[in-house]
Write a protein that binds this ligand. Structure first.
Ligand code: ADP
Ligand code: ZN
Ligand code: MG
Length: 478
């Protein structure tokens, strides 16, 4: 990005709510059923039927609003958004327009090590559409209406995001929040969480907004970043070449890594929004909202603050650990089992995350129990194994589920802290390298690293490094 331009980004995130039935009828929301087996007169849009709001969907939207610091509207209502498409049998989508259920909230993210607040403009409820399936090389299409009427929340951010990285951080934070609230499973592959990314560019220092481009249906953190990076570059290039940005909807194609114009952007008036006459307006009952507020779990931000104050973790470590409730729970179990917080956090953020990622596992699928980590850290602290050997032990615990002590015994990994035994090795190494000894004694102090390395190699990493260091220095000073 040239110094004098910045990107302005706003995300519209669609989250499928974890209700058992659809938003306006009793059909199941389960994923993966044979096409059109989860449908009824209401969700396939037969004339003369009436929708009834799923109370759970409303509760989930309110939960989300409260957890994102929104104001819950005293009075809200549904609206019809009219458009024509084969996956929308009624010819309109029931959504919310001028009176959404939640407004004026915010979410904090950590971007570049700094805390940053992203405004939430609104959260509204709406129904999902069905799905078109194209086959025969485009010669015919099917429509599956199982998804029609599945409850969604659309969470619209203010254009407060400035970089692709911030955008993916925001999505991560939001996903963790929705999951901890139990309102969305956050499964991006199945489309339970997807986003439309809006982006424009402007000269740094200007406060106005440039013409924006919207990219539809992005379903991974990586794609959000990639799509935005591509689009920002494309817009810059367009301006450099003397062109103009047109307001349009572009499709992100993950296989080519490019965006492609889909259509020029429709305006709200194209949808001929009007209040939904088949549903009564919603009047929020103060007591009901207070009950929901009281039932909220500890939210990620509160948890982060608690982790910082109770466990003396850095803001960065705390943020990583609270991003998923299961991760935070795993950490706290380790601490409860006697693991020192800072060391536990380091092992989790480093080695554990790496091993889980290698196999694409979530922390819920972690084959190792937190108590095992706590036990292993104790062995390090007691000097029984070195930090280096611990890496091997950790991986072995992860692969086999055995405890650290057993692994250390079976593999003979106990750290050599016997000074007699170490002294012998040190003497051998020193005797073997007279040239290096000469250089060291001549003032090349850096060579201590070489000698330590040789001793470690000779003991297959099992020597207590601190003792090796002391013994070597003594020996070399002779
Ligand atoms: P639309 O009417 O096209 O849906 P909205 O004003 O509702 O536009 O905004 C949709 C999303 O786009 C929001 O997340 C908002 O923050 C973001 N947005 C709005 N204007 C801009 C802009 N000029 N540049 C980048 N993002 C924008
Ligand atoms: Zn139905
Ligand atoms: Mg909009």
């Amino acid at each position: 990005m040239p110094m004098d331009y910045e990107a302005v980004i706003g995300l519209e995130v669609h989250a499928q709510m974890l209700t058992e039935s659809k938003i306006f009828c009793g059909c199941s929301t389960k994923f993966g059923a044979p096409p059109n087996t989860q449908t009824c007169q209401i969700c396939i849009g037969m004339p003369g039927v009436l929708p009834v709001l799923n109370r759970k969907a409303l509760e989930f939207a309110v939960r989300t609003g409260l957890a994102t610091n929104c104001t819950i509207s005293q009075y809200s209502r549904f609206a019809r958004k009219n458009y024509f498409y084969p996956d929308l049998p009624k010819g309109y989508q029931i959504s919310q327009y001028e009176l959404p259920i939640c407004e004026h909230g915010h979410i904090d993210i950590i971007a570049d090590g700094e805390r940053k607040r992203i405004g939430i403009t609104r959260i509204h409820m709406e129904e999902d559409a069905g799905k078109n399936i194209h086959e025969g090389n485009g010669s015919y299409s099917f429509v599956d209406l199982n998804r029609a009427g599945v409850p969604l929340m659309e969470i619209v951010s203010e254009p407060d995001i400035r970089t692709p990285k911030e955008a993916s951080e925001y999505m991560r934070k939001l996903r963790g929040l929705l999951r901890s609230l139990g309102v969305c499973d956050g499964n991006m592959e199945q489309g339970s969480l997807r986003c439309d990314a809006n982006v424009s560019i402007r000269p740094v220092g200007s406060t106005g907004l440039g013409v924006k481009v919207e990219m539809k249906n992005i379903n991974s953190f990586r794609f959000v970043e990639k799509a935005l990076e591509y689009e920002i570059k494309r817009q810059l290039r367009t301006l450099e070449e003397g062109g103009k940005i047109v307001q349009e909807t572009r499709l992100w194609d993950p296989s080519s890594g490019k965006t492609q114009s889909m259509r020029t952007k429709e305006e709200a008036h194209d949808y001929r929004y009007f209040p939904e006459p088949d549903l009564v307006p919603l009047v929020a009952d103060r007591e009901w909202i207070d009950d929901i507020q009281a039932s909220l779990p500890e939210l990620p931000d509160a948890k982060r603050e608690r982790f910082i104050s109770d466990y003396a973790l850095s803001e960065y470590d705390a943020e990583l650990l609270i991003s998923e409730r299961a991760t935070a729970d795993w950490f706290e179990e380790t601490v409860k089992a006697g693991g020192p917080p800072k060391a536990a956090a380091n092992w989790m953020i480093g080695d554990l995350t790496r091993l889980l990622n290698e196999e694409n596992r979530t922390i819920e699928e972690c084959p190792m129990r937190p108590v095992r980590l706590a036990e292993m850290i104790r062995l390090i602290e007691e000097g029984i194994i070195s930090g280096k050997i611990a890496k091997t032990v950790f991986e072995e615990m992860y692969r086999t589920g055995k405890d650290a002590e057993q692994i250390v015994k079976e593999k003979g990994l106990t750290q050599i802290s016997d000074s007699g035994e170490l002294e012998k090795t040190v003497e051998e190494i020193v005797a073997k390298h007279p040239k290096e000894v000469g250089r060291f004694r001549g003032g090349d102090e850096k060579l201590i690293g070489f000698f330590v390395g040789q001793v470690m190699k000779a003991t297959r990493g099992k020597a207590n490094p601190q003792m090796v260091n002391e013994l070597l220095r003594k020996k070399l000073a002779e």
